[in-house]
Design a binder for this molecule. Structure first.
Ligand code: PHB
Ligand code: FE
Length: 334
């Protein structure tokens, strides 16, 4: 059984010359300096390995891995390092899903209780993010991740993910965004109409019949690449999000995901889930719809802030049905 979250402490050292702590998670070591996160591990063949990522390109996926509870399936930080959610434990790996690394046997995969990985990632994130840097923000809307340790930004790191129980704006459910509660219209969405639909439910159905302006709601999102539930029907999760710059993770699916491009455009690189070998380039423009099959990895590039509806199948069973061949990898056969 997993230890309760509160008693799991990350293994860390005192601050280094740049002011940052170093962390150990199983056989992995993580250090940061002014520009980079550095990883060290011993590969399957016994070789000492190291890998470096730009610190911003490390903190942005780290933030999402923590906030999303390790997400669905694989969160690749880049082509080498990542995590795979096993739903009560987490695989942490380097090179395992990189064709060249795994062939050379320099990869390493460890499996740990979720609480242990979370404790390490949360502490590392909170220590390594400086004052004025928000890993959820678009690069042009936040400060710099670089430099020596200065202050912290816990308010941004600990913000609650906005998840509706049934639907945004229903009684006792997630609030609507407005100027009054601090969610102003983003600079790229100044032209989005802010009117709301009229609702005329029969008496007694006020809490059942509902509608809201989703474009207006999304125009007020203060974060990027952070799908949040706006409506939930059984395991059907509508997770729209606003996107700008690069999806910080290369997501490897363990189920099918649908994308509906609500405005502007996103360019996707799709690859093989296991090896990363390139598979497709998908240019999605306003109104386009696509499905990411359950055996791919994908990363999106959004040249300006855009709106994307991610439709997730949240069933805890579907991943095992796909593995057993009982549910399809591709949602449609033509
Ligand atoms: C995805 O991996 O499918 C994904 C993640 C975050 C987003 C959009 C898409 O904001
Ligand atoms: Fe995905």
């Amino acid at each position: 059984m997993n230890a309760p979250e509160s008693v799991v402490k990350a293994q860390s050292s005192g601050p280094n010359a740049h002011g940052y702590r170093s962390y150990k998670l199983g056989q992995f070591e993580f250090t940061r300096d002014e520009y980079f996160a550095h990883l060290r591990w011993v590969g399957r063949n016994g070789k000492q390995m190291s890998h470096s990522l730009d610190i911003g390109a490390f903190l942005r996926p780290l933030m999402r891995d923590v906030a999303w509870g390790f997400f669905y399936g694989y969160v690749n930080f880049d082509e080498v390092f990542g995590t795979c959610n096993k739903y009560s434990s987490v695989d942490v790996y380097a090179g395992t899903y990189n064709g060249q690394y795994s062939r050379a046997e320099v990869d390493l995969l460890i499996n740990l209780p979720t609480d242990e990985v979370r404790a390490c990632f949360v502490e590392m994130l909170e220590d390594w993010v400086n004052e004025g840097y928000d890993p959820f923000a678009a690069p042009m809307e936040t400060g710099s991740p670089y430099g020596r340790k200065r202050g912290e930004n816990l308010a941004a790191l600990r913000r609650q993910r906005q998840l509706a129980k049934r639907c945004v704006g229903l009684k006792d459910d997630l609030f609507m965004r407005s100027d009054a509660n601090g969610f102003t219209v983003n600079r790229h969405f100044q032209d989005v109409p802010q009117d709301q639909p009229e609702l005329h439910p029969e008496p007694g159905f006020e809490n059942e019949v509902h509608a809201f302006n989703l474009f207006a709601y999304l125009s007020r999102s203060d974060v990027t690449w952070n799908p949040s539930f706006t409506s939930v029907v059984k395991y059907s999760f509508c997770c729209p999000t606003t996107e700008e710059h690069i999806l910080p993770v290369i997501h490897g699916n363990d189920r099918v995901e649908w994308f509906f491009q609500m405005c502007d455009e996103i360019h996707w690189n799709c690859g093989d889930k296991k090896t990363g070998a390139p598979r497709a380039r998908v240019i999605m423009k306003a109104g386009d719809c696509a499905a990411m099959p359950a055996d791919c990895r994908h990363q999106g590039y959004s040249p300006k802030r855009s709106m994307l509806l991610v439709w997730e199948n949240g069933s805890p069973q579907v991943v095992y049905d796909i593995e057993a061949g009982k549910s399809p990898i591709n949602p449609v056969s033509f």
